[in-house]
Design a protein around this ligand. Structure first.
Ligand code: NAD
Length: 310
């Protein structure tokens, strides 16, 4: 059988080859750069498809009558016509759980960069400044209250990494999680919003979580609160967050994700004080790419060994 990799963008596919060799697979990469017509040609004859961003349309599915499984390198599968795949009995799988260490590390990195002013001090030192930190308030982490919204894989890993920082309290909002380690407390969302000094988002973006950090909730945050978002941009009313940073109501923000990506050059958070930004790279390390390739290939292997993908 043939596994076609549609523009994964990873240098090599030796990981996929090793996992799929026992099933007799040949692994071939074809770059399509998001072009639907190119995908139709690229996938012809595939028994399995591994795809990153390019669209897998009904027409593409028609071009691969032997295909048994399509795996998305990543979480979201909205580039794949799942209904059309289901009608043809093709499994659609994703990799929901890669890069947990990286995203929780990045959340911590953004947090430290914000509260210790790492990025602005770095620029200032290069420009000849020295010891002007009093113009930029820095606060002590120990004794503060941490708030974590969403306590799944990443939220829990972030909590574990924060557990030695001396936070006085950790408030968690996630109705699906019951046992909390390190003395954390379950609270309702609005209690967390009003009491936390640091608020970190780790919930998925759904219609019910869109703008969960609304203008109204931002207004009810404690003065000086730091907001961290490595989850999805649409969780926050970005305009309202920017206004609250400009006005000095909030103390800072660490942001990896934006409602539209890449963000436009005049994005409201590009000019706000004490804001540290990254480019949706929280998930990335060489190890997490290998993990992604491994887990994606394992989904193909699972189907070809007679199972259903998890
Ligand atoms: P997960 O599914 O393990 O955990 C999500 C948690 O959120 C679950 O425990 C769920 O109960 C909880 N939840 C859902 N809706 C909620 C709500 N309204 N209020 C409170 N809790 C709610 O997911 P994860 O692996 O921890 O990932 C979290 C998010 O991180 C993902 O949804 C994704 O958007 C984001 N992510 C970002 C990157 C990046 O590179 N920046 C990489 C991977 C994942």
């Amino acid at each position: 059988p043939v596994a076609i990799v549609v523009d994964a963008g990873y240098d090599q596919h030796t990981i996929e080859e090793e996992i799929l060799r026992p099933f007799g697979f040949q692994v071939i990469e074809r770059a399509c750069h998001g072009d639907a017509a190119a995908v139709v040609k690229a996938v012809a004859g595939a028994d399995a498809v591994l795809v990153r961003e390019s669209p897998i349309t009904e027409e593409a599915l028609d071009a691969m009558p032997n295909c048994r499984v399509i795996v998305r390198y990543g979480v979201g599968v909205d580039n794949i016509d799942r209904d059309a795949a289901a009608r043809r009995g093709i499994y659609v799988a994703n990799v929901p759980d890669y890069g947990v260490e990286e995203v929780s590390d990045q959340t911590l990195a953004l947090f430290f960069a914000v509260v210790r002013r790492v990025a602005t001090r770095d620029r200032a030192v290069r420009e000849g400044a020295w010891n002007v930190s009093r113009s930029e308030p820095m606060y002590r982490i120990a004794g503060r209250t941490l708030g974590i919204i969403g306590y799944g894989r990443i939220g829990a890993a972030f909590h574990r990494k924060c557990s030695t920082l001396g936070f006085a309290r950790t408030l968690v909002h996630d109705s699906n999680v019951h046992e909390l380690p390190f003395g954390a407390e379950h609270v309702e969302l609005d209690e967390l919003i009003e009491q936390a000094d640091v608020i970190s988002l780790h919930v998925p973006l759904r219609p019910s979580t869109q703008h969960i950090i609304s203008r109204e909730r931002i207004a009810r945050m404690r003065p000086g609160t730091v907001v961290l978002n490595t989850s999805r941009g649409g969780l926050i009313d970005e305009e309202a967050l920017a206004e609250a940073l400009h006005s000095g109501h909030l103390g800072g923000a660490g942001i990896d994700v934006y409602s539209k990506e890449p963000p436009q050059r005049d994005h409201p958070l590009f000019t706000t004080p004490n804001t540290v930004l990254s480019d949706h790279t929280a998930w990335y390390s060489e190890a997490s790419v290998s993990e992604l390739q491994t887990k994606a290939a394992q989904e193909v292997a699972r189907v070809f060994s007679g199972g259903e993908p998890l």
